[in-house]
Design a protein. Structure first.
Length: 241
């Protein structure tokens, strides 16, 4: 798996918290953000810097929040951790950039982490608002499997996913994300599947990937999507509002 692929699929399970609002307001904006893939040399120092920034006056004003994750299974990527920063809209993202631009707190954070982490890469994503499954996941403790997809017909894929979910709902929590910046990668979407433990995640996946409903789902999507890879992360901490 490429470094870029690892990066762009480290997504935000806790953005599902925004979907209830979106379901009630069709015109509501979906969460967006950027995810940083990191090689962390000093985890304790990095977490300390993260906490210091988000607890500062600047961090308190920031309309976004950040999730720190450990990469459990990441193939050949050098990334040991990811940090995903999510905003309720692009306008909120612009607001955060303006707040950070002239902030001593942000400058201090940037200087400090030069000693504790190396940046592998970064990329943008958009949450589609499409969810499936009946699972409830605790913020900051999720175990997540990410399937990296190249989808040529998103409308057909979403329709098939909704039919599959109606016929055979998963006990996991699923969310579909669109990659807004993918460089030279073929990945267009990621489906993130989450549970509160590895045992729950993998046990539910085995049940989900069997039966007539799953076979029908595969038959529909096989011509329009390719699976570019997969990996697993564990949530460590959530910072911010």
């Amino acid at each position: 798996m490429t470094k870029l692929a690892t990066l762009i699929v480290s997504l935000l399970i806790t953005t599902f918290g925004y979907t209830a609002h979106a379901d009630d307001h069709a015109e509501a904006e979906m969460p967006v953000g950027v995810v940083y893939s990191l090689d962390v040399h000093d985890a304790q120092a990095f977490v300390g810097s993260m906490s210091k920034y988000w607890d500062s006056k600047t961090g308190e004003k920031n309309p976004g929040y950040a999730i720190l994750r450990q990469v459990i299974s990441g193939g050949d990527s050098s990334a040991s951790h990811t940090v995903a920063v999510v905003y309720p809209s692009y306008a909120a993202w612009d607001e955060a950039n303006a707040i950070n631009a002239n902030s001593k707190d942000a400058a201090t954070f940037g200087a400090e982490i030069q000693e504790s982490v190396s940046l592998v890469s970064s990329s943008m994503f958009e949450f589609t608002g499409v969810t499936a499954g009946t699972g409830t996941v605790d913020a900051g403790s999720a175990i997540t499997m990410y399937y990296q997809l190249s989808v040529s017909d998103p409308a057909t894929y979403v329709s098939a996913l909704k039919r599959y979910d109606a016929a055979q709902p998963s006990a996991n929590q699923l969310g579909l994300f669109q990659i807004a910046g993918n460089g030279d990668s073929d990945i267009t979407h990621v489906i993130a599947i989450s549970a509160n433990s590895i045992a729950d995640l993998m046990g539910n996946l085995k049940k989900d990937q069997s039966g007539k409903a799953f076979e029908s789902f595969l038959n529909t999507i096989s011509p329009i999507r390719s699976n570019e890879g997969s990996f697993v992360t564990a949530d460590i901490a959530v910072f911010g509002n």
